[in-house]
Design a protein around this ligand. Structure first.
Ligand code: SF4
Length: 377
């Protein structure tokens, strides 16, 4: 596309966007706080998954000051299930920075935005252009694919050269005024028409400007990422029981799902059949300071995290003796109180099973007592 085509390209795209834009909750506002929350949630996550989280989050924390004043565990609890929890921790940290260093006023300058925890070049550009209509370019997954095709870039878009070309194009294409709306339109086109597979070029409002369409190279542009090699691992999760309570542990800052609570959990040698009980009991003692007797396996959960495919075997165990080590945060928690703690997704699934079991046990013991009483009469 030649620079002389830019203004007709923009007109066609904006006309299409005006008619076809999806009505998304974060598009109804120019509030930088709401735009920021939505942009962070949308990283690596689909629009459909984000909508209910976005609405709940804003109901609970309607302003940046509310978010800054919250406990991190409340923020994580609301984030539970959305994944990539460092996003929630960074939001919380950045909210504190905005309140403490900017008197609660959301900054509009690109460099200040980019200095906030968790705000990269793309997110800063999105906030600056959507909320403040600054002429700030954006390149994220959808626009990266769109720009590659529009300019016919067949190299690696993640390379230094690719990034320079794409960011330069992202800036050139913006008008002097209305950059926020233009960026939204570009993202919408990338998300809904210029899809990774089988882009709907016939319906594309700007196909006459698209180099890949002209060359018939839409299927090979952009160059795909190298395939990730998947590693299979097996982990155990042990719900240690003392009386009617189970032991929860807060995950530490250098672990995945940092700040969330979980049962005692660790990797074991990958095996599809037998578990080495002596190894598990010894590992529990090393990690917690508690001697336990293993109970039954009550669930097996398969899930994927980045390049790992994990089989999680969930057991109960009874504490026999010992004191908890003091270098970790622990809590003995009744099943009815699990909802008060932010848990990993698999931790929540395990907790739900334990809750159900405890309800069933309670019902069984009540029925037993009733039967006993009626026999006595
Ligand atoms: Fe994408 Fe096709 Fe439109 Fe080009 S013509 S921008 S490949 S949808």
């Amino acid at each position: 596309m030649k620079p002389t085509d830019y203004s007709s390209f923009r007109r066609k795209l904006i006309d299409w966007y005006t008619l076809r834009a999806r009505d998304l909750p974060w598009r109804r506002s120019f509030d930088p706080y709401q735009i920021w929350i939505s942009e962070i949630m949308l990283q690596q996550t689909t629009v459909v998954a984000v909508i209910p989280y976005f609405e709940r989050f804003l109901t609970r924390f309607p302003t940046v000051a509310d978010l800054a004043a919250a406990d991190e565990s409340d923020v994580l609890r609301l984030w539970e299930g959305l994944g990539y929890y460092s996003r929630a921790r960074n939001l919380h940290r950045a909210a504190k920075v905005i309140v403490e260093q900017h008197s609660g006023v959301f900054p509009s300058e690109l460099d200040v935005l980019q200095s906030l925890p968790g705000v990269g070049r793309y997110t800063a550009g999105a906030i600056a252009s959507f909320a403040f209509d600054q002429r700030a370019p954006i390149v994220e997954a959808n626009t990266l694919r769109l720009y590659c095709r529009l300019i016919g870039y067949a190299g690696d878009p993640r390379s230094r050269d690719g990034q320079e070309r794409l960011w330069a194009f992202a800036e050139e294409i913006l008008p002097r005024k209305g950059s926020g709306r233009m960026n939204q339109a570009l993202m919408e086109l990338g998300a809904t028409i210029c899809s990774p597979r089988d882009p709907d070029c016939e319906s594309c409002p700007v196909h006459s400007y698209c180099q890949a369409f002209r060359d018939g190279t839409q299927a090979t542009i952009p160059l795909p990422k190298p395939k990730t090699v998947i590693t299979e691992i097996t982990e155990v999760s042990i719900a240690i029981c003392m009386g009617s309570k189970f032991l929860l542990r807060k995950r530490t800052p250098n672990e995945r799902w940092a700040g969330l609570w979980d049962f005692v959990r660790f990797e074991i040698e990958h095996a599809s059949s037998r578990i080495d009980t002596a190894f598990v009991v010894g590992s529990v003692l090393d990690r917690t300071g508690l001697s336990v007797i293993m109970g039954p396996q009550i669930a097996e959960i398969k899930h994927a995290v980045t390049r790992y495919r994990i089989t999680l075997k969930c057991f109960t165990a009874d504490r026999v003796k010992g004191r908890l080590t003091s270098n970790e945060e622990w809590q003995w928690v009744k099943p009815a109180e699990f909802d008060d703690y932010p848990l990993s997704v698999t931790g929540r699934q395990f907790a739900e099973r334990l809750k159900q079991n405890s309800v069933n046990d309670h019902a069984r013991s009540k029925a037993g007592k009733t039967k006993k009483r009626s026999l006595e009469h």
